[in-house]
Design a protein around this ligand. Structure first.
Ligand code: FEO
Length: 172
């Protein structure tokens, strides 16, 4: 059984991950509406990844003989002023997720929960990649000033992204 503080923090994180999924799905819809299918694809894959993150926490709680309690998913933003704003918000959100996972790790350490510390390692590593991905696209967008031919090229590039369930491949 997970200790109460650890369980509470993970239940909150499950909500954070599904909120992230919903946020990126909303961003994907926004890109679709702007006629940018490559960006929409990238965000849709981001959405799928977040679902797998939520599911990974969900399964872990039950593996430890504890109970998941789902909370409502908050309203996500549906309107953005431009592409750069979308990726600034993506990066900011990932930084928030990183901080929130670090806080769970702090709780697991304080509670001497070694199994949770080991479990969280995957997420700590994953967050480095999540932030780097967002930062890379944001840097490119700033370079091309968020407009013109560069956007067309970047949209084509982002169309190539395919979904890989890293929570599964990592376990093999
Ligand atoms: Fe599940 Fe993008 O953090």
């Amino acid at each position: 059984m997970l200790k109460e503080k650890v369980l509470k923090a993970i239940n909150q994180q499950i909500n954070n991950e599904y909120f992230s999924a919903y946020l990126y799905l909303s961003m994907s819809a926004w890109f679709q509406g702007k006629g940018l299918p490559g960006f929409a694809n990238w965000m849709f894959i981001q959405y799928q990844e977040e679902l797998t993150h939520g599911n990974k926490f969900f399964k872990y709680v039950h593996e430890r003989g504890s109970q998941v309690v789902l909370q409502p998913i908050a309203q996500v933003e549906t309107e953005f002023s431009d592409i750069i704003e979308v990726f600034e918000k993506t990066l900011k959100h990932e930084q928030f997720v990183t901080e929130s996972i670090n806080k769970i790790q702090d709780i697991a350490i304080a509670e001497s929960d070694h199994a949770t510390q080991s479990f969280l390692k995957w997420f700590i590593d994953e967050q480095v990649e999540e932030e780097a991905n967002g930062q890379e696209i944001l840097d490119t967008l700033k370079l091309i000033n968020g407009q013109g031919n560069g956007i067309f090229m970047l949209d084509r590039e982002l169309r190539q992204r395919v979904f890989v369930d890293s929570t599964v491949t990592a376990a093999v």
